[in-house]
Write a protein that binds this ligand. Sequence first.
Ligand SMILES: *[C@@H]1O[C@H](CO)[C@@H](O)[C@H](O)[C@H]1NC(C)=O
Length: 488
Amino acid sequence: MADRSTQTLGIVCPRPFFWLFAIAALLFFVSWFLLLDSTSPPHFIEHMVPNPKPSFNSKTREADSSLHNAHSSFSDSNGPREHETAECDSNNALLKVFMYDLPPEFHFGLLDWKPKKAGIVWPDLGEVPDYPGGLNLQHSIEYWLTLDLLNSRSRSGPCVAIRVLDSRDADVVFVPFFSSVSFNRHSKVSPPAKVSRNKLLQDKLVEFLTSQEEWKRSGGRDHVILAHHPNSIFDVRLKLWPCMFILSDFGRYPPTVANVEKDVIAPYKHVIGNYVNDSAGYDDRPTLLYFQGAVYRKDGGVIRQELFYLLRDEKDVHFSFGSAVRDGVKQATKGMHSSKFCLNIAGDTPSSNRLFDAIVSHCIPVIISNEIELPFEDVLDYSEFCVFVRASDAVKKGFLIKLIRGISREEWTRMWKRLKEVEGYFEFRYPSEKDDAVQMIWQAVARKVPAIRLKVHRLRRFTRFKGDEKSKDLPDDYYWLGKQVPSF
Ligand SMILES: *[C@@H]1O[C@H](CO)[C@@H](O)[C@H](O)[C@H]1NC(C)=O
């Protein structure tokens, strides 16, 4: 192309000066082309190379592609992503999920649903029972995730998790036990029974799981257990240690049983409604700092009391007592909508629904909880929309109030805008929508899949010696996670 253009131009304009220019231009283009060539191969070469023969077996390639998917799955923009196609099938889904058909008493039966015929396990999607309201709802992830799986082959929208019917095709095995509602509704022992229905269900679950072929293949490592209420699956959590848990925090788990590497932290469902069309900026929020909750709590909650004494005389700080139900919700909504900052102090667990109430109220959370774990923190930078204060600093006289008053209107507004951008990630709904809490949880699970595969593959090293005494030893990662850390 360069040749032809110099030739044509040469006829029109044959002066030596022009030739000099043309040669220089030609050299420039040639060198530019060579430079490009050295960094990336030109496209036409790509087409001439035959498709590379797969050098791995299909399993490995699968693992590679899902690893790639997991990393590219989240981008904080509205652009389309690889797994977002019009038709969702197990070939283009981000996460393939096998779900046990547990009897209804483990899931929708707990919501008083009764199958019309024996042998029916799941409700028709048109007649799904409601989840119990009030504070029960904050732990309702079990409901939304299960519904999403049941609906995964018919819904439109991003292709994140899909239910597969053959467990051998699955990335993870989902255990649809509604453990939070089981705890909330059935932890009392009602005579003549000797144990609660909640405990009975947990024992039955463990018995069921450990006898399954799927469990035996992975030792449970690819099993997903939902335990959002801090007290759910309390009686059997130690037996389920190899599984991936979906939790609200790790407060009541030994680090050997649940930890940030293995497990997924899910948001609470907020109790306060969304602040739609919020135009209440810095000057429209007269209260500087807002706190609602019980002031005197046991364990980690001692700091609430200390902060109360430190802050109660500050004029634009509001402390209100009581929980967020009924009247409380109305009051808290008003309070959070008219405050610039909302305090989140560790209670008897490191996390609480209050953080998510603050987020959807666009009230900048001030988090004082050393042990808190935050949902999706591997893809979300909470410092962009939350203020973190160490508990040891917060109780120093004047420290907290000086810090908060020192945050400028500009910085506050930046965080307020960011809150409006991220609030959708904490929204539970059915059917799920792009990057809402349901899909964010699936994406977080998908990011753990490569690590699960590693563990399962390691576990298989000695399967040929099945039945010999040594293979009955606990699997090797037990020694790392458990008490029996090897000495070097
Ligand atoms: C929010 O704003 C939109 C567009 O202006 C409007 O259609 C909608 O009714 C508003 N919603 C509420 C709850 O105010």
